[in-house]
Design a protein around this ligand. Structure first.
Ligand SMILES: *Cc1c(COP(=O)(O)O)cnc(C)c1O
Length: 472
């Protein structure tokens, strides 16, 4: 969320969970208390709900929905045993507030948690017009994606780059623009499903390109690709390499390096997924962390001979949701001119955020991005925070050593040593009820909170939420 645009409702007690006493008036009873089996009218209840402190911020139509649920529940009780109106109203108001998009504390230890919006990012967006599609030098119409694309291209050593809505959109656009009605060679070992319904063969079909599978699940050689490219029946327009982001093939394996694919006579596109700009991580004072070893990076993949690389904005790049197509300016231009590019373009808020991220990489201070800050926090300060949180949370909470993971479909099997706190039993539901909600994980009948993915300013809140959850 653009933090500067509007105060977040959740940070301001929007989800106050206390159930205030409620004077609900019923049309049926003179004393304002609905009699047994006689629920109040929905409209009347909705109006009364508006006066409750825990309803603040919910607009009238949503309060009507809440009131309807309460009245339905009361009808179902039909005068028998069940929660009182006051309690039902509190429960339904909380459920309505929980359905809204809001900040949460990520204590899962998964740095790029897709359910939690992947890379966290602070964005300040003033309520002003921007030169989104205006060239200030000439006064002519400009391209919204070229300026951010140019910065990212500079940061990863590409001739040009184009920004679209997400990584999936970037893959779709590359295939549609460069291979519609023609063949695209992909190794059988890379026909992956990334998750969330993104399956390479299906995206291929939607783009109008024809999949030409080569090799086997565990082994694909340069010759397999070369033979397919040379076969005129396949009419190959593109060789695509897909990063096996979220799983590994181990054992008797062989795969083709990008360098071996270059020079086969057709463009090579690499779907990197993760968005690591440069394997040398020049933006990190201590260089690349050990756990990043082996992750493909945009600069090195292009240098090895790929004509295009495709990656997400909100994975290892640490930016907003976006997809980047970077590489040869001729191919990037063909993607930009395709009609789908208009449908897949990002909005001004995203481009502004992504521009900040790109400038940060060019200044080599991307270690300040929340993702890199969290990913590279040393163990000692995490242990100190864990001890402090455990002490503040009190009885039943202990500091523990844990392992964070990069997440976001990157670096499968990789663990980053970390520290956190743990308590017995499954306290997740209680922690999600905190304001803001705290998201934890459960392992071996313990609730574990990893502090690597928690902003230090949230430690006090985490301790208080944990104390409340344990006491309950
Ligand atoms: C994550 C990923 C995608 C999809 O990117 P989104 O930004 O989630 O749309 C595509 N390909 C690979 C290899 C990925 O890892």
């Amino acid at each position: 969320m653009p933090g500067g645009a509007a105060p977040s409702p959740a940070r301001h007690g929007h989800r106050a969970t206390s159930v205030s006493s409620l004077s609900v008036t019923s049309t049926d009873t003179p004393d304002g208390v609905p009699g047994p089996g006689r629920p109040p009218s929905v409209d009347r209840l909705a109006r009364d709900l508006a006066a409750r402190p825990d309803a603040s911020g919910l607009p009238a139509p949503l309060l009507v929905d809440v009131a309807r649920r309460v009245v339905d529940a009361l009808r179902e009780q039909n005068g028998g045993a069940g929660p009182a109106l006051d309690e039902l109203a509190g429960r339904e108001l909380r459920a309505a507030a929980e359905r809204l998009l809001q900040p949460v504390v990520n204590a899962t230890g998964v740095l790029l948690h897709t359910n939690l919006g992947r890379a966290p990012l602070e964005v300040h967006v003033p309520a002003t017009a921007t030169n989104l599609e205006l060239d200030l030098a000439t006064g002519d119409r400009g391209s919204r994606t070229e300026r951010t694309g140019a910065l990212l291209a500079r940061a990863c050593g590409a001739e040009a780059a184009l920004v679209v809505n997400n990584g999936a959109a970037a893959v779709l656009l590359v295939l549609a623009a460069l291979a519609h009605g023609r063949g695209v060679v992909v190794s059988r070992g890379e026909l992956v499903e990334i998750g969330g319904g993104f399956r390479v063969p299906e995206v291929m079909e939607q783009s109008g390109a024809r999949l030409v599978e080569v090799g086997t699940t565990n082994r694909t050689r340069r010759d397999d690709v070369a033979r397919a490219v040379a076969d005129p029946r396949h009419d190959v327009a593109l060789v695509m390499q897909v990063h096996r982001s979220n799983y590994r093939i181990v054992g008797f394996t062989e795969s083709v390096e990008v360098a071996e694919l270059a020079g086969l006579g057709v463009p090579v596109a690499a779907d990197l997924g993760s968005g690591l700009l440069d394997a040398a991580c020049p933006w990190l004072p201590d260089g690349p962390p050990d756990w990043l070893a082996g992750e493909p990076a945009a600069r090195q993949t292009l240098a090895a001979g790929a004509d295009l690389v495709v990656f997400s904005g909100d994975k290892l790049l640490g930016g907003p949701q976006a997809g980047v197509i970077a590489g040869s300016s001729e191919l990037v231009t063909r993607c930009a001119r395709h009609p789908l590019a208009r449908a897949l373009r990002p909005g001004g808020l995203v481009l502004l955020a992504l521009q900040d991220v790109a400038l940060s990489y060019l200044r080599r201070d991307a270690h300040r991005l929340p993702f890199w800050r969290m990913a590279t926090t040393p163990l000692d300060p995490l242990r100190e925070r864990a001890a402090a949180v455990a002490a503040a949370a009190g009885h039943g909470v202990a500091a523990v050593e844990v392992a964070s993971v990069p997440g976001g479909g990157t670096l499968p099997g990789v663990e980053i040593p970390s520290a956190g706190v743990a308590a017995r039993g499954d306290l997740r539901a209680a922690l999600r009820r905190a304001d803001p909600p705290v998201v934890a994980r459960v392992a071996e009948d313990r609730t574990v909170l990893d502090l690597r993915t928690v902003d230090p300013t949230d430690d006090g809140h985490v301790a208080a939420a944990l104390r409340a959850a344990v006491e309950r």
